[in-house]
Design a protein around this ligand. Structure first.
Ligand code: SIN
Length: 533
């Protein structure tokens, strides 16, 4: 058993920046866990386009207006205001100052601001097309210098430890739900430890991997959301799953993100016959329309004409040398699978990309469970509304990671006294777990979940499809739960149990909300919603 002041679950930009701020107090003990053996691994690492700064002719008001417009009328204006006012300064302080990130500059030395969909100004700071990777390298290097941060890799959280659920106190049921840490599976030692904490921060990222096609890495299977759901936390906006319009559609590299920044630099979507089509769907924004609009336009084209992909042309829009300079990773990954983006268009399809809903939090990252914070993609601050504006996610993680850390610093002065004792919290009971984990079952069930989500809870939804998804997921959940109760834990089994829980959370929210808005599009919408195709 371990005890700490703050347990952070997830090492992406939100968790890492919360840890960095908390670590400034040398008395504070912080444990940061991540399921991957590599601490740099997270969804943040795969961000290509960049992070929002303040462009040359830009202002907080303009950014707020763009966030609210992209969010299709469902964003929380206060959250947008916080991001727009605090984000650019924090970016300088934490990313440039502490983590030493060097963002790209033009030849003359000025910042090279990029452009993405639905932004009225060029305001995206980037490091080539590998911004997330550069940021994660800087943040983890900074964290590794903090003696009061214990960074545990290969450590998968299994469940939050919550009072009253895990307490032996007979009066517990009459008291509010409080979080006291998590049960953590140590993948190397194959043991489950109680990690007791005065405060827990969920920073475990998104859910893309519960879909068949996704731009997200293996860990994005909704672990944090599922744990919060089982613990009884309030979850909101779960129907708003954002699909990125352009994931590579070439065998061997499926799901590889082709950044929106390509369209920001003039890239154009074409049918396989070479015809541009976005003007028909968004005469004003064309290829730089909000993501939900572009993704649905591609889906509609594919369905209407039985295409298995559409094309994205940058080769005829930008000189080859400029393409290689600006998009080195995309250029080399496409080259690896036989596409030279300086000479030919790129086959692309939409793929699940970002979860706009999540654990409901306030402006300090506080969830509905006492002592439980949520930051980054697992949380819902209300910022993204029904559709996230490009390149807001890294900034949101940075801003709310800092805010949560600031709130924890301000509120809790005598942290160890709130930590329950070993006697209060039962150890993980493995006595009934006799069966070895069967990888074929885990993989098969996971693929079933991914197919259900893709076909019935995907880009285009209906009451019938959603009801079918819920019935099938419920049946699968019963099977998985029976299996889980008898089987020795593994990271795959933990992920499978979480994926089916999250599938149900998303499916139920989508069935409940009969109004199309942003990335939740129903063919049987009650009022036609907004900006439908
Ligand atoms: C992209 O580069 O297209 C993704 C950026 C984002 O998801 O904000």
């Amino acid at each position: 058993m371990k005890t700490t002041d703050v347990l952070i679950i997830g090492s992406g930009i939100a968790g890492a920046s919360a840890a960095l701020k908390l670590a400034r107090n040398p008395q504070r003990r912080i444990i940061l866990i991540t399921r991957d053996p590599d601490p740099h691994e997270s969804n943040s690492r795969y961000a290509q386009g960049g992070i929002i700064g303040r462009g040359l002719d830009d202002s907080a008001d303009l950014l707020v207006a763009d966030i609210l417009a992209a969010g299709a009328g469902a964003s929380l204006p206060r959250a947008a205001r916080i991001l727009a006012e605090e984000g650019p300064e924090l970016l300088q302080e934490v990313l440039v100052g502490t983590a030493g990130i060097v963002f790209d500059r033009e030849k003359g030395g000025d910042i090279d601001y990029g452009q993405e969909g639905a932004h009225s100004r060029r305001r995206i700071l980037h490091v080539g097309d590998g911004t997330g990777r550069a940021i994660m390298q800087g943040l983890i290097a900074a964290l590794q210098k903090c003696p009061n941060v214990e960074l545990l890799t290969g450590a998968t959280a299994v469940d939050l430890i919550t009072y009253p659920h895990h307490s032996r106190d007979p009066l517990a049921a009459y008291k509010p739900i409080t979080c006291h840490g998590a049960y953590v599976f140590d993948r190397k030692g194959k043991a489950i430890h109680r990690t007791l904490a005065a405060v827990t921060i969920l920073a475990s990222g998104g859910i893309g991997r519960i879909y068949r096609n996704t731009t997200n890495p293996a860990g994005a299977r909704g672990d944090g959301l599922a744990m919060a759901s089982r613990a009884g936390a309030r979850i909101v906006n779960a129907e708003y799953v954002q699909f990125h319009p352009t994931a590579l559609s070439v065998p061997g590299a499926e799901g590889f993100l082709i950044s929106e920044a390509l369209r920001g630099e003039g890239g154009v979507l074409l049918t396989p016959e070479g015809q541009p089509f976005m003007e028909r769907y968004s005469p004003e924004w064309k290829d730089l329309a909000p993501r939900d609009v572009v993704a649905r336009a591609i889906h509609t084209e594919m369905e209407a004409h039985d295409y298995s992909y559409v094309l994205l042309d940058i080769a005829t829009r930008l000189p080859a040398a400029e393409i290689k300079r600006r998009f080195p990773n995309i250029h080399s990954e496409c080259k690896r699978v036989g596409i030279d983006i300086t000479r030919e268009p790129i086959p692309v399809v939409p793929a699940a990309h970002y979860f706009c809903g999540g654990v409901a939090v306030d402006e300090w990252g506080r969830s509905s469970i006492a002592n439980l914070y949520a930051v980054g993609e697992v949380s819902c601050t209300g910022l993204h509304g029904a559709n996230r504006l490009a390149s807001t996610s890294l900034l949101e993680g940075l801003v709310w990671g800092n805010r949560a850390a600031g709130d924890i610093e301000g509120r809790i002065t005598n942290l160890p006294s709130v930590i329950p004792t070993r006697e209060d919290i039962p150890a993980w009971d493995e006595s009934n777990l006799t069966q070895e984990s069967d990888p074929a079952l885990i993989q098969g069930d996971m693929q079933t979940i991914q197919n259900i989500m893709w076909h019935y809870v995907g880009l285009v939804r209906s009451g019938d499809r959603l009801s079918r998804a819920i019935r099938e997921l419920r049946h699968l959940q019963n099977e998985i739960e029976t299996f889980y109760r008898k089987t020795k834990l593994s990271d795959g089994l933990i992920g499978l149990r979480n994926a089916v829980e999250v599938g149900l959370v998303v499916g139920q929210a989508a069935r409940h909300n009969r109004q199309s808005r942003g990335c939740h599009y129903r063919v049987d919408s009650v009022d036609g919603g907004d900006r439908l195709l």
